[in-house]
Design a protein around this ligand. Structure first.
Ligand SMILES: [Zn+2]
Length: 413
């Protein structure tokens, strides 16, 4: 069916083009080099026979695979991002291919003694006998999300070459700047014109996700009073000590390092202070909307209690919502998840349905009116030198895309 060599060649072509995004540049896209891959993709999409291939001023690529049916079915979409994470360099990626992997240590880099070992990364062991693409230990790989891009292009090409596979109209989109949280910002949902879509941006084979955190940021500003320490009795208010008290007033076990699954948390990620002024920066996360609201209220209540206790306006809290759990938008159209799940079962892939402990472009897209669950792209250990992807997982993800296209044509006949 889908040829391993073909998908490998395409993937390697994409990962050797540096597309690292930049969280500190407000420009859009955040780095000029993302155009390099965008331009390659535009040419390739035209060349394989996609229609309405369009690269807009913000570096979003959209294209159409027209329906080959004589009846109407919903238009669906597939989305991936072209940028790679600024957490680790994506320049001069030199992929290494390990064929027929036997469960051993993979030496990524002899000189620097960098080893990808199943002793530490035990997920490797599920890929015995497969072809694994790794880095050379000095860069990330960029399977996040060039595996997704590869799979979408390859699936479209496959459908074009196999007109006997029936499908409705398919729209695809490649976005810039996902890794800096802006991939969905300038996504033109109306222009995309799909009833729903899937991001091909999950990790290991089988992943299917339609729940993510509700997220907010809280800034807690504590204002103290500085007085000469020798004459401070009854007068000095040390904002750092109040901050310490404030930190202790939050539930000590509800922190990232002590939570998993559906457990939410408060995460203190920045603290900056002197006697006069201390600022605490928190992120607040919870899958459950009700508990999420309660978390926000708790921070506000603690601040209020402190102000009452000290009879002063010591603490000011500002809370900003960041994103919401897409579940709210997916549950009413649950068949879009069911279709993906059925296709995986048809292909002998065990669906791994779990809640994302983070956000996704799909959640923002879902709130913009494009319900958008997330499907595995196949890679592991994203955003670092140990990133790898089994070619067989990319083949399977490509088959999932083809299968979804076909299943929609049958379900809505
Ligand atoms: Zn990604």
């Amino acid at each position: 069916m889908i040829e391993k060599q073909h998908i490998t060649d395409r993937f390697i072509k994409y990962v050797t083009i540096d597309t690292e995004s930049d969280p500190n540049n407000p420009a859009f896209p955040s780095t000029e080099k993302q155009w390099d891959l965008a331009n390659v993709l535009v040419e390739e999409l035209k060349q394989i026979g996609m229609k309405e291939v369009d690269l807009d001023d913000n570096c979003y690529i959209m294209a159409t695979l027209p329906s080959n049916l004589d009846y109407e079915v919903p238009t669906i979409g597939f989305v991936a991002h072209i940028d790679t994470s600024p957490d680790f360099t994506g320049k001069n990626v030199k992929p290494q291919i390990v064929e027929n992997y036997q469960g051993n240590n993979i030496i990524l880099n002899v000189e620097e003694n960098i080893v990808l070992s199943p002793d530490y990364f035990d997920d490797l062991l599920q890929y015995k006998g497969q072809t694994i693409i790794t880095t050379d230990g000095t860069t990330l790989l960029g399977a996040d999300d060039k595996a997704g891009v590869t799979e979408i292009v390859t699936a479209m090409e496959y459908l074009i070459l196999h007109p006997e596979i029936k499908h409705g109209k398919i729209r695809i989109c490649f976005t810039p700047d996902e890794e800096v949280g802006k991939g969905a910002h300038l996504f033109d949902v109306a222009k995309f014109g799909a009833e729903w879509a899937y991001t091909m941006d999950g990790s290991q084979i089988g992943e299917l996700e339609y729940e993510n955190f509700n997220a907010a940021g809280a800034k807690v500003t504590i204002t103290g009073k500085i007085v000469h320490p020798g004459y401070a009795k009854g007068k000095m208010i040390n904002s750092m000590l109040i901050a310490n008290e404030f930190i202790s007033a939050l539930p000590t076990n509800e922190v990232p390092q002590r939570t998993e699954g559906y457990e939410g948390f408060f995460h203190l990620h920045d603290i900056n202070g002197n006697v006069e002024k201390t600022v605490l920066e928190y992120i607040i996360r919870d899958h459950d909307l009700d508990l999420f609201e309660k978390r926000k209220s708790l921070i506000e209540k603690i601040a209020l209690d402190f102000n009452t206790k000290y009879n002063q306006d010591l603490i000011e809290v500002t809370i900003k919502d960041q994103y919401f759990n897409m579940k709210e938008k997916i549950t009413p159209v649950m068949h879009i998840v069911d279709i993906a799940e059925e296709v995986m079962n048809d292909l002998g892939i065990t669906p791994l349905i779990k809640a994302i402990r983070g956000g996704t472009d799909g959640s923002q897209l879902s709130y913009k009116g494009l319900p958008c669950p997330n499907i595995f792209a196949g890679g592991h250990n994203f955003h670092g030198r140990y990133e790898y992807v089994p070619v067989e997982s990319m083949v399977k993800a490509t088959e999932v895309i083809v299968g979804i296209a076909e299943k929609v044509s049958v379900k809505f006949a």
